[in-house]
Write a protein that binds this ligand. Structure first.
Ligand code: ADP
Ligand code: TRP
Length: 321
């Protein structure tokens, strides 16, 4: 059984990325052959158009994943473009992809709805993602909720290829964690780089505390009770709290007589502490770029072995070999 996921190197990771996706990558590690994780730099190219920035982001993202607990002895970490087979598989899939299927996909649809012009790369983005998944006979794909639609597209494309050309691809399944499917940002909306409402995972304690203190809250008076279940600050606190801490905080909400400042301070203490080790490890890894490059090179070699097999299978099935 193989777990696979990809994440775009488009900037520093935030709590949504961590609790929605990265934490699952780490929990699902086991044997390097069974856990494949990659940096989706070809996907990032649809938004990052500066070569040096993309290269730097890719290196930073690799360091951050390793610092957060991705272990090269228990998982294979690589860069998407180091496996060029994926681009050819993408083309084979593209020739069987109905336009209508892609027109419904949210990245393209949202951009169009805003009246912005989209390029063919953004339009075909889900097909490249399908190639990423099918390339390695992946069974399980851990992602945040917003990627589930893309995995449905992947399943559709795999099913129609298999139907047309005979059993070729393994059918993958998305894996979403209910508890953190949608982490709220500092404004209460979904946390996302594009909304400018993020709290970064490996941010230094001082600026992180500042951002937490600025989380938007309502104007409820101190003494008034509040239902914790509907409060985004409480949701953020719960990401880090153990059961006892969460129950105690929920009781305080229901009792009233507290200010949001207290909650923010408690949240900041837990968050700073939670990522302390990862911050330390990042510093160590930053000082060893050659070691990080070696991990990525070894990862690409493992991934390419698998990709070569699967590509050959797909080429034979559809008649280009
Ligand atoms: P962003 O919206 O900041 O650009 P990405 O689209 O690059 O984030 O997401 C990378 C991964 O993190 C995906 O698997 C996505 O589902 C997950 N993710 C992103 N934001 C959140 C969030 N607010 N809550 C839960 N998961 C998220
Ligand atoms: N589209 C994903 C995102 O923005 C990244 C990604 C690319 C991916 N290829 C993938 C995720 C394959 C899972 C599987 O987060």
């Amino acid at each position: 059984m193989r777990v696979l996921s990809g994440i775009q190197p488009t900037g520093r990771f935030h709590w949504g990325n961590y609790f929605g996706a990265i934490r699952q990558y780490i929990d699902l590690q086991g044997e390097p052959e069974n856990a494949f994780y990659f940096l989706a730099n070809l996907h990032a190219l649809t938004t990052v158009r500066d070569a040096d920035v993309l290269r730097q982001n890719t290196m930073d993202a690799a360091i951050d994943l390793l610092a957060l607990g991705l272990d090269p002895n228990r998982a294979t970490l690589f860069v998407q473009s180091d496996v060029p087979e994926v681009s050819e598989l993408c083309w084979l899939l593209m020739t069987g992809t109905p336009m209508g299927l892609l027109e419904r996909c949210h990245a393209y649809k949202d951009k169009k709805a805003k009246g912005l012009s989209a390029d063919a790369g953004l339009f075909a983005y889900p097909v490249l993602m399908a190639a990423d998944i099918l390339m390695y006979d992946s069974d399980i794909v851990p992602v945040g909720e917003d990627q589930v639609q893309h995995i449905e597209v992947c399943r559709d494309l795999a099913a129609s290829f298999n139907h047309r050309f005979g059993e070729t691809f393994v059918m993958p399944k998305a894996k979403v964690l209910d508890s953190s499917a949608r982490v709220a940002g500092t404004d209460g909306e979904k946390m996302s780089k594009s909304y400018g409402n993020v709290l970064e995972v490996l941010e230094d304690p001082k600026p992180l505390r500042k951002k937490i203190m600025r989380i938007v809250t309502d104007s409820r008076p101190m003494d008034q009770p509040k239902e914790p279940g509907t409060d985004h600050l409480f949701q953020l606190f719960s990401l880090f709290a153990n059961d006892a801490q969460r129950d105690e905080m929920a009781a305080m909400y229901r009792r009233g007589g507290f200010g949001y400042g207290e909650v923010k301070k408690a949240l900041a203490d837990l968050a700073v502490d939670h990522f302390a080790e990862a911050r330390q490890r990042r510093q160590e890894l930053q000082a060893q770029p050659d070691r990080v490059r070696e991990i990525l090179r070894d990862g690409a070699a493992v991934a390419r072995r698998k990709a070569t097999d699967v590509l050959r299978r797909a080429q034979h099935a559809c008649g280009v070999k």
